[in-house]
Design a protein around this ligand. Sequence first.
Ligand SMILES: [Zn+2]
Length: 91
Amino acid sequence: MKCEKCGSEIKQLIISVSDAYGSDCSISVDITECEKNAVVFETDKSWTGYDQDGEDANQDIRCPICGKNPFQNDEIQIYNIVRVVKFKKAK
Ligand SMILES: [Zn+2]
């Protein structure tokens, strides 16, 4: 996607996560673009934006180039996903 603040083409976003000791660290996450204007990334409850309301959650999504939230639109949808793991027969 193109960052809507600095115009750079970016393939990742920077978010903050809490580590096992409770301190925050920044990580980059891959993004997937879909539905014409939607950008999706996956994280888990360690994302510091997880329990925040929309404005604070938006502040924890940053462009790797300029450090600002790369979206002008404030809409954000957060889904809990279910990960299914299946196993093939043993060789
Ligand atoms: Zn930017």
